[in-house]
Design a protein around this ligand. Sequence first.
Ligand SMILES: [Zn+2]
Length: 468
Amino acid sequence: MSLLVKGGTVVGPTGIRVADVLVEGEKIVAVLDPSFSPTITVDEVLDASGKYVIPGGIDAHTHMELPFGGTAASDTFDTGTRAAAYGGTTTIIDFAVQRTGEVVQDGLAAWHAKADGECHIDYAFHMILGGVDADALKAMDQLVTDEGITSFKLFMAYPGVFYSDDGQILRAMQTARENGAMIMMHAENGIAIDVLVQQALQRGETDPIYHGITRPAALEAEATNRAIALAEVAQDCPLYIVHLSASQALEHVAAARDKGRNVFAETCPQYLYLTLEDQLGAPGFEGAKWVCSTPLRSGKEPHRENLWRGLRTNDLAMVSTDHCPFCMKDQKELGIGDFSKIPNGIGGVEHRVDLIYQGVVDGQLSLARWVETIATTPARMFGMYPKKGIIAPGSDADIVLYDPSARTRISVETHHMNMDHSAWEGYEIAGKVDTVLSRGTVIVAGDQYYGRAGHGQFVQRGLSDYLV
Ligand SMILES: [Zn+2]
């Protein structure tokens, strides 16, 4: 089966050119000057005129079916990857979980069991280490060598749940320095945050906005700085800060990068657009929709401007969603009268490609940087390049035709995530995902869906391309 994506403008990390893309089976086999195309016979032609042709999005931070706070994230691998496909994302990296006291490989097997046969798009796993001990350190080597899992997430937050102390973090970093893996860090000082949370609740401050107020930027910055220092002690172990939201944390990442350190960071769409006052501080219990950690930051401070600038300068390497959806009914509502019981998470896997494209329309990013931050860099950061993240011969034919002349209006009425609300209700994007191919198969065309659960395959990853 051969297919020609014809007449479009191919956008990649190195720039933009008018070109046709020839697909054979599951792979891209050529990127052609359009004058060559008439000499080629193909089974099918996709008209891409007026469209950008970009590599399928890679969302490197999702939590499908994650158990959290007495409930579980509301998207399954089936519903979540289908929603991702609608939004132009063709690969996710989800977080398998080792709970405290559990064997790492058992946690991984449980995640494979959840995802196997359910995914509409390709998927990979990072491994959350909830209990760093001698067995877990040995397991890290085995996962890197045998399982295609080359990144491990630790938490400086959530004492008693996922929390690792500094000694555990250092040991995991030393192991990663040896085996080449990436340490991903949830960088917030959870011990101090828990004190602030208890004090707020004692004062009767129970509304959702206090979730943000009790997780101040200073405690994200402190933990980020501490993680960077621990990684330095571990011989410059590769370190990746997840969901960076505060300017002060970004300053620490930028300073480390200026020294040439193996320090990287992502941000998420919610931190680029939404604020503590406007969303988390919405009247009544409404703000619960935007309870996530790290929290939305104050709009009175220049966090959003600084994060966009960080994306331009590469101090922020890429954008992931931290997709962790919970419904209001029966889930977020667990925290009525006590913000600390609201499950933490925002659903957004469907909207990342659009929301960052809006940054191009708004003059924040170039087209090439858009593609880098949503596809190419995630592939290189997490060992999937050039199989993923680029329109090039030999790469998987994960291709999105993006229509800059159409519009997207985000609403719970039209989204495909398994949620009873949208964190992005009413947002308008000056662009739209038109057609999506996953490994050569058209899974979305216009508003028609042709994908299926089980099409998506597990991707074994190598080491990061960015390490020195
Ligand atoms: Zn997360």
